[in-house]
Ligand binder design. Structure first.
Ligand code: CUA
Length: 128
């Protein structure tokens, strides 16, 4: 879908304000636990994936991915799921995590000097 960096950032911020459960790292990156079935926003920007997500195993979410500056590459590890992320466009997909644990996100599209430090994190928790 078409979007704008301003619109996408506003939606991401609204989700963080509503569902933040803690902060992590020296950068105080919010960890957000939105309810199952909800819309989840993940923003690429120089040089991080923001915020961190905490999802429940076996539950479905609508994941919205976009960038607010340059082109980035969302790469979910260790599953090796790769999605191109462009400013001005929002990719929306339904995801259902099937195993719990900690999953890393790296950027696999060169986006500048900090490219190799551009990481993110998704936690999947088992509440059953
Ligand atoms: Cu973002 Cu490389």
């Amino acid at each position: 879908y078409r979007t704008t960096p301003e619109m996408f950032q506003a939606k991401t911020q609204a989700m963080v304000d509503k569902y933040k459960v803690r902060e992590e790292t020296d950068l105080k990156i919010p960890v957000v636990a939105p309810p199952p079935g909800s819309d989840v926003y993940l923003m690429g920007r120089v040089y991080m994936w923001w915020p961190m997500l905490e999802l429940e195993k076996g539950q479905s979410y609508r994941l919205h991915l976009s960038s607010i500056d340059l082109q980035h590459g969302f790469s979910l590890q260790p599953l090796n799921i790769n999605i191109q992320v462009h400013p001005g466009y929002e990719s929306v997909m339904t995801i259902t995590p099937t195993s719990s644990g900690e999953f890393g996100i790296v950027c696999n599209e060169y986006c500048g000097l900090g490219h190799h430090t551009m990481t993110g994190r998704i936690y999947v928790v088992d509440r059953t």
